[in-house]
Write a protein that binds this ligand. Structure first.
Ligand SMILES: [Zn+2]
Length: 923
């Protein structure tokens, strides 16, 4: 294969499931093609059906989440080559993408739009999802229940293999002309929002320059607007018939489950044979010479353009790894050559070794980490499983690079980056084009209205309305009721071996023994003893922590470039931020990921950085409506002792200009402040691999004596740092006008439960989920009515607050009134809670509660949060699941009275609003 361009249409379709009894066949046709252990320690099994060629790949990953992608190789040219009827259709028709949308509108057995989502809500799963890339379409679902997953998978596959593909679905979902003569349809609107952006226009130009006419990689898989207008349902049906056959389908399952059960669940399938796309297609010719093209894109601001360079890359895995590594080396740190040449231009060029970059994707997120390699092996590899193994060995390829000589690297750069012919696309903003697009569209609609006449337009509108009505036929309750919700006892735990260590030095550590190639070290630094001024400076401290000169314990100093170089050499990655898991903003968190052979060096080095002297320039803080809204909220609810208040945007906007002035007049004062911040209390968390050499099994000795006992300070909770407004929100509104935004954001808040073990938590969270569900009350009546892009309820336990927030609204007061009306209807009994929706809310909450611990790494991190910071007992999560399942409708009513309705009453609620200058409205 030549280098592939992945243009992903991150789909859309959020859809999902129904109950179909498992058809258990006695003699599964599936045979094991290959089975092996990856270098990450996970077993991979590949099966193929002898009847149909359908492929199933299972990766065993410990943990509660089962993730599944059903992947079909799709090639737009397919049609033109195989079906003479299709000759008129261009390869930009978007067949693969439009079909992806239509799959979610119902199957022959389940002919209801949205049924997959409704059933997913009952299978401890999250709404379905799909995307179409230039070479494949993937349908995704995740569940935390093996039983639920095995029952929903056949229904999902039924949709993929036997969609109804009704004309009415095409009309609303793909394309139609409405009664005003305008082009419309879900896919059409999606592409309208994308086709003329600089990114899409340049990507398309790049593809056309790289690939000749008739080559599948040239096609715009999403569908160009003009081609969508000519596409018809018959073409999509024909495309489905050719491409969606079992031989061309791979079901990739990542998680822990019984393989034989899975094979039996997938038995009943299509037997039609088909030629495999891509593999059997004519190979792409190499580019003979370099190409330079200019592409215009519509933009009224013509001050800045884009450049995109593309070329064919290697197909050899070792060479691909080398190119990946070169990318990291050239771009990924403040001292990377390209960054220095383009961004940090006042600094001299410097050299750095490429070393110690390992890839940890399969550990951080094994679900995504494995998926890409398996899909590529399916679309391009052999069917006997040899390529699957090869594609999964990328880590070995990276290790091998350590032994590459300078000549080898230079040769690789020469061959692939310098000498290989390339396509350069210059993206040029054009105000003329922006105006022309608008005018052309208006003229086209005007012409149509004149030509078609009133009667014909009315017919068009009626066709759309009829199609809409047909698509919206409700899913019978019976189907939902028959899909039994799985028992929570089937959910797998992801508990790690935990050892809590209170060290002789007084340091507080948590050691988690997990199977890993890396150490993950998080330092949590308490700001409890800071003065108010130190709090203000703490954001500067954290922002600059990795680019500051360091004075090490042995007295030597490193300048900032040496610091960055050493960080790159000694760690896999690093980051710094305030808080833990969206709370505990009083803690500064500094994270490092380190190769497991470098633990001791890393600890010494990390301490050197965090306790270093520093001095540098100011951060520039990004601003947006939603960010400012939460800043305003924090500003209101916290008192002066709170770090969350000191480092939030509203405070910094005032504070940073002051620092700039001080820096000019008396820089020593700034340095002194930052030095003062070294008086840190510390909470330390360390994940340690059990496979350490003897003597390093606890890993704690490295830390001995590093931090004096007097530095240890207690953790402070947000609820102890509230201002009078935070403690007693009532009556007032605070409005901030922001000229840079066009819409409105608001946060309405009231008091909520404050204890991490409060018995109200389960019923209250179920109620919040009930009201906020996809296709739920708020969703339909607020988002659906165009009152806001988002509206949700939230429980902020650490602050002891419940809130209703409106995101991006033309008028947030209206959105708020609508929410109040919904809540009042439930409160007064005008509207009743429904059992089916309650079941969905519980199932959805079970999924989000369990999936927090989807990988061992995440489980360890969540263990620290729940046990150390939140002081919840070890078995907390499991108990909480039981409580969720037992919540009753009566309890929902109680929670509504006790908490949620208080948000909507003036005496017990306060609001923070951010909106554009012209808008002022509050209840
Ligand atoms: Zn789409």
């Amino acid at each position: 294969m030549a280098g592939i361009l992945h243009i992903a249409f991150q789909a859309i379709a959020t859809k999902l499931p129904v109950d179909m009894p498992l058809v258990l066949s006695k003699n599964p046709a599936f045979k094991t093609v290959t089975e092996f252990d990856t270098i990450y320690g996970n077993k991979i099994s590949q099966y193929r059906s002898e009847n149909t060629g359908l492929q199933i790949v299972v990766v065993d990953v410990e943990g509660p989440v089962i993730s599944c992608h059903s992947v079909l190789a799709t090639e737009s040219m397919y049609l033109i080559r195989f079906n003479w009827l299709m000759q008129a259709v261009s390869d930009d028709s978007g067949c693969p993408h439009t079909l992806e949308h239509l799959v979610f509108l119902g199957s022959t057995k389940y002919p209801y739009k949205g049924i997959l989502d409704l059933l997913a809500n009952r299978a401890f799963a999250q709404g379905t999802n799909a995307w179409t890339a230039v070479d494949h379409t993937a349908y995704h679902i995740k569940s935390v229940s093996e039983d639920g997953f095995l029952r929903i998978l056949p229904i999902y596959l039924d949709h993929i293999l036997f969609p109804t593909l009704e004309e009415s679905a095409f009309t609303t979902e793909v394309y139609h002309m409405n009664g005003s003569g305008e082009d419309a349809g879900v896919v059409f609107s999606e592409m309208q929002g994308r086709e003329n952006t600089s990114v899409s226009l340049m990507a398309a130009a790049n593809q056309r320059a790289l690939y000749p006419e008739g080559n599948g990689y040239r096609s715009q898989t999403g569908g160009l607007m003009e081609a969508l207008g000519k596409l018809d349902n018959e073409t999509i049906r024909a495309f489905h018939k050719k491409a969606y056959v079992s031989r061309n389908l791979s079901v990739i399952v990542i998680g822990k489950l019984d393989h034989s059960q899975l094979l039996q669940a997938v038995q009943p399938l299509d037997e039609e044979l088909a030629k495999r796309p891509w593999v059997d297609s004519a190979p792409t010719e190499d580019l003979a010479t370099s190409v330079l093209r200019t592409v215009e894109f519509p933009d009224r601001d013509e001050s800045m353009g884009d450049v995109r360079i593309g070329w064919f890359g290697p197909s050899d895995i070792q060479e691909i790894a080398a190119i990946d590594m070169l990318g990291v080396y050239l771009c990924n740190s403040p001292i990377a050559p390209l960054r220095k040449a383009f961004i940090e231009i006042r600094q001299p060029l410097c050299t750095g070794d490429i070393e110690n970059k390992n890839y940890d994707a399969a550990e951080v997120d094994p679900y995504a980490g494995f998926n890409y390699a398996i899909i590529t092996a399916f679309v391009y590899g052999d069917t006997e499983g040899k390529d699957l193994k090869r594609y999964l060995e990328d880590l070995k390829a990276f290790e091998h690079l350590f032994s590459w000589t300078e000549e080898q690297w230079a040769g690789c750069i020469n061959k692939w980056l310098i000498e290989a012919p390339h396509v350069a696309i210059l993206g040029k903003p054009s105000a003329v084009m922006a105006d022309r697009l608008v005018e052309d569209n208006a003229a086209r609609v005007k012409d149509r209205v004149e030509q078609l006449g009133k009667q014909k337009l009315e017919q068009l509108q009626k066709k759309v309305d009829d199609a809409q009505a047909l698509n919206e036929r409700p899913v019978p309750d019976k189907i939902l009721e028959d899909f039994k919700i799985p028992g929570i006892d089937s959910i797998r735990d992801n508990s790690t071996q935990k050892a809590l260590d209170s060290m002789s030095s007084g340091l507080w550590m948590q050691l988690d023994n997990i199977k890993s190639q890396f150490f993950n070290i998080s330092l949590h630094l308490s700001t409890a003893n800071f003065t108010h001024k130190q709090r203000l400076y703490s954001s500067l401290f954290l922002y600059n922590i990795f680019v500051n000169p360091v004075k090490r314990n042995d007295g030597t100093t490193l300048d900032w470039m040496q610091v960055v170089e050493q960080l790159d050499q000694n760690t896999v990655n690093y980051s710094a931020s305030f808080g833990v898991a969206n709370g505990f903003k009083d803690l500064m968190t500094i994270k490092f990921k380190v190769d497991k052979t470098k633990y001791k060096e890393a600890v010494e080095w990390i301490v050197g950085v965090t306790l270093s002297k520093m001095l540098n320039d100011l951060p520039s803080q990004a601003r947006n409506g939603s960010g400012m809204n939460w800043a305003l909220y924090h500003h209101l609810i916290f008192d002066e002792e709170s770090t969350a208040k000191a480092v939030n945007l509203a405070t910094l906007a005032k504070f940073l200009p002051q620092v700039e002035k001080v820096l000019q007049e008396n820089p020593a004062e700034v340095i002194q402040m930052l030095e003062g911040i070294q008086q840190l209390g510390m909470y330390l968390k360390v994940y340690i691999d059990v496979s350490l050499p003897a003597g390093e099994s606890s890993g704690s000795y490295c830390w001995t004596g590093v931090v004096p006992r007097s530095y240890i300070t207690p953790i402070r909770y947000a609820r102890d740092l509230l201002s009078p407004i935070g403690r007693n929100p009532c009556r007032y509104a605070t409005i901030l006008a922001l000229p840079s935004i066009e819409s409105c954001f608001s946060i309405h808040f009231s008091r909520g439960p404050q204890d991490y073990n409060d018995p109200d938590l389960a019923p209250l969270q179920v109620l919040i989920e009930y009201l906020s569900l996809l296709e739920g009350e708020f969703w339909k009546k607020i988002r659906g009515a165009g009152l806001a892009y988002g509206a949700s309820l939230g429980l902020r336990l650490e602050e002891g607050i419940v809130e209703f927030s409106v995101y991006r609204s033309p008028n947030s007061a209206l959105a708020f009134s609508k929410a109040r009306e919904i809540v009042h209807d439930f409160k007064s009994g005008r509207k009743e809670f429904e059992q089916l929706a309650l079941d969905s809310a519980k199932s959805s909450l079970v999924y989000s509660t369990v999936s927090v611990e989807s990988s061992l790494l995440k489980a360890a991190s969540s263990g620290f949060l729940t046990q150390v910071l939140q002081k919840r007992p070890a078995g907390y999560r499991r108990d909480f699941l039981d409580k969720i399942c037992n919540v009753t409708i009566d309890e929902l009513k109680k929670m509504l009275d006790k908490y949620i309705s208080k948000i909507f009453e003036g005496e017990t609620s306060r609001v923070a609003v951010v909106c554009s200058g012209g808008k002022s409205e509050v209840r």
